[in-house]
Write a protein that binds this ligand. Structure first.
Ligand SMILES: [Zn+2]
Length: 93
């Protein structure tokens, strides 16, 4: 699955509901999911739970991008040719 396919998948699953909720409240949901990932890293580190929390954060980030009409794969491509600031791989900033 490409990042673009993932974004379309999340849109098909949730976009209507996310659009009704709006960007401000959706962003709060995203931050809550980041908090759940933080808790999992801090408290448990169960590999399956970490995987699920990473997926949730990525899905909510994808939704944020969709609501802002940003192509997530295009945005990620900023890193395809090295560090966006110094253009080096690995980064030398
Ligand atoms: Zn750099």
């Amino acid at each position: 699955m490409t990042i673009q396919e993932f974004q379309r998948c999340i849109e098909e699953l949730y976009y209507d509901r996310d659009q009704q909720r709006g960007i401000d409240r959706t962003f709060i949901w995203f931050v809550e999911e980041v908090g759940e990932l933080a808790r999992e890293i801090k408290d448990s580190r169960d590999p399956q739970r970490l995987k699920e929390e990473i997926a949730d954060v990525f899905a909510w980030l994808s939704t944020i991008a969709s609501l802002l009409r940003i192509d997530l794969e295009d945005a990620a491509s900023i890193y395809a040719t090295g560090c966006p600031k110094c253009q080096q791989t690995p980064c030398t900033c």
